[in-house]
Design a binder for this molecule. Structure first.
Ligand code: HEC
Length: 132
């Protein structure tokens, strides 16, 4: 009888340890699946205006006289950040102090969410010009 209750105790302990291990594994998986914070395009739009990017690049990132087109940029996130931190040419640098990585990630998400420019052939007025 005594040995039966011991093995029952052992079994209970094993089940408990198994449950703890499983919940730890789950916690690790959940933590892995979520990066620091997922980029927020709506906040990126706000920052694009607040930080003055729009002054040179246009409200919709369409580009203009003073800055390149950024809407639907082909740059990857890494080179985007590298450029903004240390631009060449006429653009002022934005350090992590004035524009933290998380905020820059939001701006990147916003720009990526914008539509790409239409091809000339898809713009009726331009395709008519091309036909002549
Ligand atoms: C004072 C004007 C100005 C402001 C403000 C500005 N930019 Fe620029 N940016 C430029 C110019 C001009 C270029 C093109 C490179 C050049 O000739 O200097 C450029 C280029 C870039 C490029 C590279 C585009 C490419 O395809 O090579 C990125 C990315 C960029 N800007 C992001 C930003 C972001 C994000 C902000 C706001 C935090 C910002 N810029 C604010 C003027 C500006």
């Amino acid at each position: 009888m005594r040995s039966a209750s011991l093995s029952g105790e052992r079994l209970a302990r094993r089940v408990l340890l198994g449950a703890i291990a499983a919940s730890l594994a789950m916690a690790v998986t959940v933590a892995d699946a979520q990066p620091a914070a997922s980029p927020d395009a709506a906040n990126g739009r706000r920052l694009f205006e607040k930080d003055g990017c729009y002054q040179c690049h246009g409200y919709a990132g369409q580009g203009g006289r003073d800055g390149a087109r950024l809407a639907a940029t082909a740059m990857n996130a890494q080179s985007f950040v590298r450029y903004v931190r240390g631009p060449f040419g006429a653009m002022p640098a934005f350090t992590a102090k004035v524009l933290p990585d998380g905020e820059l990630a939001d701006i990147y998400a916003y720009l990526k969410s914008l539509p790409a420019a239409a091809a000339a052939k898809d713009i009726p007025a331009l395709s008519r010009v091309r036909e002549k």
